[in-house]
Design a binder for this molecule. Structure first.
Ligand code: NAP
Length: 243
């Protein structure tokens, strides 16, 4: 029977690459979006041209009732969830002194609470199936910290904490939980970088290139197939951060 996957933030950037890759590997994907409805519809149409069908579902992952509606939809339609990719996230570039309570709460809600609440809504089904694979997209900033990105870095370190603790708790239920921590990727999130800044990042990166969504998708693919990896933070970053 085909595997069923929910990918949050699946209509663009890294999430889109994951959706495309899994859908082409015969995984039935529910691609979540929040604001990018047009992009989600376009992605669905593009895949249909390859005779691949995906579901798209609008939900703000920082709101439990919307997450619950997405999970209920998936269970009603497919009866199970094998894979959860917690990918949705927002950036926040601010000097530490300038971060307001509202900024802090917003990034925590979208990046960290969303992982807590989406995972909580999904694992009840995975536990009863005694099978599941959860992949959280964190960041090198969660490992190394990012200047002018304290709140963002805190959320990503928090995600890695969730990954490690939950892997211990859910291992006996045959549910694997891992993080993928990307380095600097060619997506809208970095659209603010200048040509010179891209060049600088390339030069600092041992593999001398910027990551693409497919680089993350390939790791996702591997983690889904694997059966003995859990609680790990796998950083895909061209060597920019080596710990
Ligand atoms: P992106 O191109 O800016 O895309 C962000 C995605 O998150 C969009 O699909 C967006 O959906 C979704 N999203 C944001 N808020 C949401 C919400 N409240 N509910 C549902 N979806 C929401 O960013 P990206 O580069 O692909 O980033 C994907 C993940 O990788 C993020 O967690 C990011 O922190 C992480 N990451 C990225 C980099 C990088 O260099 N790009 C590096 C390390 C880690 P809508 O447009 O539909 O709202």
């Amino acid at each position: 029977m085909e595997k069923i996957a929910i990918v949050t933030g699946g209509s663009r950037g890294i999430g889109k690459a994951i959706v495309e890759d899994l859908a082409r590997k015969n995984v039935k994907v529910i691609a979540n979006y929040n604001q990018s409805e047009e992009k989600a519809k376009k992605l669905k149409e593009e895949l249909e041209k390859e005779n691949i069908s995906i579901d798209i579902f609008k939900a703000d992952v920082s709101k439990r009732e919307e997450v619950k509606a997405m999970v209920d939809y998936t269970i009603k339609k497919y009866g199970k969830i094998d894979i959860l990719i917690n990918n949705a996230g927002i950036n926040q570039e601010k000097m530490f002194q300038d971060i307001t309570d509202e900024d802090w709460d917003n990034v925590i809600k979208v990046n960290l609470y969303s992982v807590f609440c989406t995972t909580q809504e999904v694992i009840k089904y995975m536990i009863s199936q005694k099978n599941g694979c959860i992949i959280n997209i964190s960041s090198i900033y969660g490992i190394n910290g990012g200047s002018c990105a304290v709140a963002y870095s805190a959320t990503k370190a928090g995600i890695d904490g969730i990954t490690k603790a939950l892997a211990k708790e859910l291992g006996p239920s045959n549910i694997r939980v891992n993080s993928i921590a990307p380095g600097c990727m060619n997506t809208d999130m970095n659209a603010y970088l200048t040509k010179e800044e891209w060049e600088e990042i390339k030069q600092e990166t041992p593999l001398e290139k910027i990551g693409e969504g497919i680089d993350i998708a390939k790791c996702v693919e591997w983690l889904i197939e694997d059966t003995f990896t859990t609680g790990q933070v796998i950083s895909i970053n061209g060597g920019l951060v080596i710990t």
